[in-house]
Write a protein that binds this ligand. Structure first.
Ligand SMILES: C[S@@+](CC[C@H](N)C(=O)[O-])C[C@H]1O[C@@H](n2cnc3c(N)ncnc32)[C@H](O)[C@@H]1O
Length: 380
């Protein structure tokens, strides 16, 4: 068994725990709103999670978790670890450090001291001086200091985190993190047999993530960089069994739609869906989300939407009008549930309530560094 820490977009811990349960992983500790989950799992599970998780961003095998008083203790604690199982003598390594809390030193200082400690530990146990490569290391040692807590581990994902899907050939200027899109899909309880629409789909992240889930295509299939596990000898025997190819299920009756008012974004969404191999199962259309009844003579079970937050251009009044138009056109053709994410929670809440939606929950999350809320609502 390995002790593991997974990181994810803060606020989506509940959805990530649901996903981990599907992988039969028993969660031990959740740092709510901090985007960290701790669990123990066998080695093959670490490989499987890297290939198949849709919500997690990085998976780190924990070597040490303790309290520390200062930088000298960081050195001493890391120096006491054995790295031979994780780093081969010919491999290079780098320490990536981050820090939360107030300390009389920076994360660069932590990285330097921990790096020195890794070299000294390896030299004394194996008689080899490890090479440091800060740009393209074979192995990444992660060091997190959160107030007094020190967590040291081996990154099994790599610098190219799991949310960098690789199918994004068209970059929408306000694209949603695919891990957030997937977590919203989990939060909605959408099943592949239900119809789904994203009426403000931009570059198509939400419909594409739903289609990948519906077809059981592992998100790692599109990575442009290999996972860090491919450099870790501990995982070599399991890699073949979980290669990203061969996990997809063929044939489906998915009913997934994406709509956007901008023809440029719709063309981009089609390009992205082609790159993800799901263009045959998503219907993309140019259209106005506030006038859905003019476009559709049918209903949808679920709507998952990431509307504009009005941060750059629109006035509060224009945003109210847009959210109200979305809620009033949506309410007439939605059967089961709407899940949405926005920075302007008050405006969205008002639009939903005044159009008869019942709000099931409203919860804080982070979209990058921006505080946002996810709202789940049922039509009347
Ligand atoms: C935050 S972006 C969505 C980004 C998308 N989730 C992605 O990952 O690429 C919001 C989108 O809403 C679209 N939009 C704004 N007003 C709209 C309307 N009335 N009808 C349909 N789409 C609209 C914008 O063109 C923009 O692409």
């Amino acid at each position: 068994m390995l002790n593991v820490m997974a990181t994810l977009p803060p606020g989506f811990e509940e959805e990530a725990c649901r996903e981990l349960r599907w992988f039969n992983v028993k969660v031990q500790e959740v740092r709510g709103l901090r985007g960290r989950i701790f669990f123990a799992c066998p080695e093959p599970e670490v490989v499987e999670l890297n290939y198949r998780s849709r919500c997690l961003e990085r998976i780190v095998v924990i070597l040490l978790r303790c309290e520390v008083e200062g930088l000298e203790e960081v050195y001493r604690r890391v120096r006491g670890l054995e790295f031979g199982r994780w780093i081969s003598s010919g491999q290079s390594f780098a320490v990536r450090a981050s820090r939360i809390g107030s300390h009389p030193y920076t994360s660069m200082d932590i990285a330097r001291e921990a790096g020195r400690a890794v070299i000294d530990s390896y030299l004394s146990s194996k008689g080899v001086r490890l090479k440091v490569n800060l740009d393209e290391p074979d192995v990444i040692v992660r060091v997190y200091q959160v107030k007094n807590e020190l967590i040291v581990g081996i990154d099994t994902t790599g610098d190219w985190a799991l949310h960098k899907r690789g199918y994004r050939v068209y970059d929408h200027p306000a694209a949603l993190n695919p891990c957030i899109a997937s977590a919203m899909i989990i939060a909605s309880n959408w099943k592949p047999s239900d119809s789904l629409i994203d009426p403000m789909c931009g570059g198509g992240t939400i419909p594409i993530e739903a289609a990948l889930k519906g077809l059981n295509i592992p998100p790692a299939k599109f990575r442009r960089k290999p996972l860090a596990i491919s450099n870790l000898k501990v995982f070599q025997v399991y890699l073949e069994a979980f290669s990203a190819e061969g996990l997809c299920s063929e044939g489906s009756t998915l009913d997934i739609w994406g709509l956007d008012i901008s023809p440029k974004h719709v063309a981009g969404a089609v390009q992205n869906s082609k790159a993800a191999g799901v263009d045959k199962v998503i219907k993309f259309l140019v259209g106005d989300a506030t006038r859905l009844r003019r476009i559709f003579d049918r209903s949808f079970d679920f709507a998952i939407v990431n509307p504009p937050y009005g941060l750059r251009s629109s006035s509060p009044r224009a945003l109210r009008k847009l959210y109200d138009g979305l809620a009033s056109s949506m309410v007439r053709l939605l059967e089961k549930r709407l899940v949405t994410i926005t920075h302007r929670v008050g405006t969205m809440r008002e639009a939903l309530l005044s159009n008869g939606f019942e709000i099931e929950f409203e919860k804080p999350v982070k979209h990058g560094d921006l505080p946002c809320w996810v709202l789940s609502a049922r039509p009347p």
